[in-house]
Write a protein that binds this ligand. Sequence first.
Ligand code: AMP
Length: 253
Amino acid sequence: MSTKLRILVPVKRVIDASLKPRINKAQTGVETKGVKFSINPFDDIAVEEAAKIKAAHKGAVEKLHAVSIGGTKAQDVLRIALAKGFDTSTLVDVGEQDVEPLQVSKILQKVVEKDNFNLVILGKQAIDDDSNQTGQMLAGLLNWPQATNASEVVIEGDSVTVTKEIDGGAETVKAKLPLIITTDLRLNEPKFVTLPKMMKAKKKPIETLKPEDLGVSVEQRLKVLKLEEPPVRKAGIKVKDVDELVAKIKELI
Ligand code: AMP
């Protein structure tokens, strides 16, 4: 008999992907005051994929659990997962503090071990810090195989076949559970969650833990000294014909 799937999806609350981020006055990060927040788009894809796996493998999926590490407002992104069919969720409350990928990975390791998850589907990156590290570090900490940048996931019993996006093509890998997967854009198109589903999700459980409950310190080891926008590109000029273009190029070399 094959192992029952216990799927964990970490979801991060980030600045809405449609907004142009602005740097804060102290130049230490992105301005977050008065800004719309949403679920990290790659995590929305991970949630959708887990829900698809549950629908396609009825009986083989024992549990879908979402976890977010953030302030109390991170409950909003957990509710999206619950509205999409997740059974349970955990908020690891770190207040307003930024948590580095290694600390996030250590927290996730404890959550995995505490509840015996055997498949973790993360986003390939959080669009606020663009670290692209957490899935890989979690695989290292757990000593599990990892299939990053997934564009297709096929589950057959204990075996999972993942097509990965790589530069200029695709690579297909196969592994036995337990496994870490990170999602890429082509994996699926997340559906919009309807209001009635969001309302129903309010009845589903959100457990709240502190990092200390899991024995993890979230002390920051990196200090951002300065964040700068790239220099504004100078406006180009129009030339009237090829001769003028050639003359301009000669001027510049
Ligand atoms: P990163 O390594 O920061 O680019 O994040 C990669 C993935 O790790 C995200 O797409 C999430 O699935 C997960 N992750 C990172 N930070 C958090 C967080 N604070 N809470 C929940 N999941 C997170």
